[in-house]
Design a protein around this ligand. Structure first.
Ligand SMILES: Cc1cc2nc3c(=O)[nH]c(=O)nc-3n(C[C@H](O)[C@H](O)[C@H](O)COP(=O)(O)O)c2cc1C
Length: 193
């Protein structure tokens, strides 16, 4: 059976650790081939929030990293099958670009391809507070078929460390793609708590 191709976009919202964790988790499965796009702003947030080695670490986790200005690479074409795309974290700029179909960089172009091909697109949209334009963009992408999954902690699991919160958000996001043999979030159980 062929490997499931997944696109991971990391844009310049806070929460770079979530994108990194998703790349690490997807990279654990031999049945998943991850294609990574990092926006220029995300290079900055990755350096600020994780450190200078974050991009090199990400590149080791994935099958291929695509330059964000290479709109001619394979994942920019709907003819190349994928199992879906995650944008984590998703900035309001990238969200708005997707909502308007302004496909002038590879990340937004590939998200646009996922919408036009009716494939899963998960947007871990991060900003607070939200103005009406953000909310309207979220409504628009939802109408187009995307799933907006903001990075909110599952307080009911009583996380002890920030890494618990990041893990849980990363796993729940991956769950939404319904991949074969992917790492899964632990389901809520009343007996286990
Ligand atoms: C440290 C840092 C944190 C940021 N956090 C957010 C955020 O949480 N949400 C957001 O929409 N933009 C945030 N921004 C601003 C975006 O990086 C900026 O709007 C950028 O143009 C987004 O470009 P991109 O969507 O191409 O990555 C942040 C910027 C920095 C430097």
């Amino acid at each position: 059976m062929s490997r499931q191709r997944v696109v991971l976009g990391i844009s310049g919202a806070s929460g770079a650790a979530i994108g990194v964790r998703i790349a690490e988790l997807l990279g654990q499965s031999p049945e998943i081939e991850t294609h990574l796009v990092i926006s220029p702003a995300a290079q900055k947030t990755l350096a600020i929030e994780i450190g200078p080695d974050a991009v090199a670490h990400l590149e080791r986790c994935v099958a291929k990293r695509h330059p964000s200005d290479d709109i001619g690479t394979e994942i920019a074409s709907g003819s190349v099958p994928t199992a879906g795309m995650i944008v984590a974290p998703c900035s309001m700029r990238t969200l708005s670009g997707i909502a308007c179909g302004i496909a002038d960089n590879l990340l937004i172009r590939t998200a646009d391809v996922h919408l036009k091909e009716r494939r899963p697109l998960i947007l871990v949209a991060r900003e607070s507070p939200l103005h009406l334009g953000h909310l309207r963009a979220m409504a628009a992408v939802t109408e187009f078929g995307a799933i907006v999954a903001p990075p909110v902690p599952a307080f009911y699991l009583r996380p002890e460390r920030l890494s618990d919160v990041v893990d849980q958000i990363a796993l729940r996001t991956i769950d939404l793609l319904r991949l074969r043999n992917a790492p899964r979030a632990r389901p809520w159980s009343t007996s286990g708590h």
